[in-house]
Design a protein around this ligand. Structure first.
Ligand code: ATP
Length: 514
């Protein structure tokens, strides 16, 4: 089994064992690519949402929130281009009957070459030590330049074919590169076809085409159609943003890799309305702001990289992805798109209603441009979970599994543990919980040895364990143990609120963003 598969499997089984994520309708053997968030998963998800929402809506005077409905008038999707162009190129292998996205097959082929380049670079870096100049090495080493040229040629041909909708050439390229089906090992491919990703259903009792309604494939359109409602009632001036968190649905061709690619998922999207001509400046601004949001979590600076789009979506004039180093390798976590005035203009055209902004400075009315940031909540959840989960060997040789979840995101902030079940210690522990529960999500546990209880809390990422012992009854002090360093300190019960708050309060993250 590949190492990446091992890593992902480990994350999946840990997530299930501790109540983060369960397969959907598991008693019926599950439903492919659908998952349920368990008791700890729901907490973590809520905390990620809050971090995102507060960083947008609370930290920026000119960004407000919205909660629009999942069902929208079907013409929305005609106007947005989703009915005609929200397609993925799919290809089947005739021997295994497995279905793939043609673009993904090619991207994976390129990724393998990139891994080879990286190996050469790392080897050279080791050999030359401090004197190593990576840029020079990449531009002069014959092996690296040959491979880089190969990548450039593949991507150029592929993006040309896709942009021209030349699906025959996409197939020809897959054949020319000798890409085989990972299951059958053969190159016996069907033609490449386009497949629309929107789920369709019917509204009420109306049947036939007139009743067709779609499950939204992105939350953004709910923002666009409300652009004037929000602008007029909030009296915001350009530039301003509207943020929304909500479910989106896509009938993905290949949905696998756990919660990375699901058919029902959640997005956190912000559309920033700007004056035409300022899009480059705002594109840079939001690229910087969004990477800073990620970096503030401390999941590892090297775990992120930008990946500019080869093929622009039908609405964009510039687009980049923030990729994260998932257990399966670097993959898209968030998109930052300069959407121009495409969406608002389309909605003007299809609805016959003006969606213009009156600029009091220039006395002009115009359709604003839009800069979008769009992140998948479930992918963010996977990023946090997979990078936090660590196996550690301690100084005494014993092992522990610890989830170093950023403390403000941790599902449980503090566990209160009576050393024994007797002598009034449980009552004292409950007293402490009753003080702390208004500010923090707390947890009470009295079963098993204290060491075992610490390990269980480490495995779910609880930043603090508070132990109540006999001394507590005498002097109102407790032992507080910190998850990452495992240091233990004797402190007064009165000090607990302050100590915990310093570390777990969401403001510790938000303050890093200024
Ligand atoms: P991909 O190329 O991986 O299919 P995309 O480019 O189609 O993604 P966008 O349309 O830019 O994705 O959507 C914005 C964000 O929504 C993505 O960055 C991702 O985090 C999330 N997302 C998209 N599709 C899914 C899915 N099927 N499951 C979970 N999250 C998703």
């Amino acid at each position: 089994m590949a190492k990446e598969d091992d890593k992902l499997k480990r994350v999946i089984s840990h997530a299930k064992e501790y109540g983060f994520v369960f397969p959907s309708s598991e008693i019926y053997d599950g439903l492919s690519a659908a998952y349920d968030y368990g008791q700890l998963g729901a907490e973590l998800k809520n905390n990620i949402k809050r971090y995102w929402w507060d960083s947008m809506v609370r930290m920026n005077e000119n960004i407000v929130g919205l909660d629009s409905s999942i069902f929208m008038h079907p013409t929305t999707w005609k106007a947005s281009g989703h009915i005609d162009a929200f397609n993925d190129p799919l290809i089947d292998n005739k021997d295994s009957n497995k279905r793939y996205r043609a673009d993904v097959l090619i991207e994976e082929f390129v990724a393998k070459i990139e891994v080879k380049i990286k190996k050469d670079v790392d080897k050279a870096a080791k050999r030359f030590g401090d004197a190593f100049n990576e840029e020079e090495f990449r531009s002069t080493n014959p092996n690296v330049t040959r491979r880089q040229t190969q990548i450039d040629e593949i991507t150029a041909r592929f993006s040309k074919a896709l942009n021209a909708d030349d699906l025959d050439d996409v197939k020809a390229q897959i054949e020319d590169l000798g890409i085989v089906c990972p299951v059958s090992g053969t190159k016996n491919w069907t033609d490449v076809r386009q497949f629309n990703l929107m789920f369709k259903t019917e509204l009420g009792a109306v049947s036939g085409d007139s009743g067709v309604i779609y499950l939204r494939p992105e939350t953004a359109q709910g923002i666009f159609v409300n652009f004037l409602n929000v602008q007029k009632t909030s009296r915001l001036k350009l530039p301003f943003g509207i943020a929304q968190i909500g479910k989106a649905f896509r009938n993905e061709i290949v949905a696998r890799q756990f919660i990375f690619r699901m058919r029902e998922f959640e997005q956190m999207e912000m559309q920033f309305f700007i004056k035409p001509g300022t899009q480059q400046e705002w594109y840079e601004h939001w690229k910087n702001a969004r990477i800073a949001w990620h970096q503030a979590l401390g999941l590892g600076e090297d775990n992120y990289k930008f990946h500019d789009h080869l093929k622009m979506a039908h609405y964009a004039d510039a687009a980049t992805d923030i990729e994260f180093n998932f257990p399966m390798g670097f993959k898209e976590l968030e998109g930052i798109h300069s959407r121009t005035d495409f969406d608002l203009k389309q909605h003007e055209e299809h609805s016959g209603k003006k969606l213009r902004y009156f600029d009091p400075e220039t006395n002009e009315s115009y359709v604003p441009y839009v800069l979008e940031t769009s992140i998948g909540l479930d992918r963010m959840f996977l990023a946090v979970l997979s990078s936090s989960l660590q196996d550690e060997t301690l100084e005494d040789g014993s092992e522990r599994v610890v989830m170093r979840i950023p403390a403000p995101l941790a599902p449980i902030k503090a566990a209160v543990l009576p050393l024994t079940k007797k002598d009034g210690l449980p009552d004292k522990a409950r007293e402490i919980i009753n003080e702390l529960k208004y500010d923090f999500n707390t947890y009470y546990e009295e079963k098993d040895t204290i060491g075992k209880r610490y390990r269980r809390m480490d495995a779910i990422g609880t930043p603090y364990c508070i132990t109540v012992d006999h001394q507590t009854l005498e002097d109102n002090t407790v032992t507080i143990r910190e998850r990452d360093s495992m240091t233990q300190e004797r402190v007064a019960i009165d000090a607990l609120q302050r100590i915990i708050n310093e570390k777990v309060n969401m403001s510790t993250l938000l303050k890093k963003l200024n």
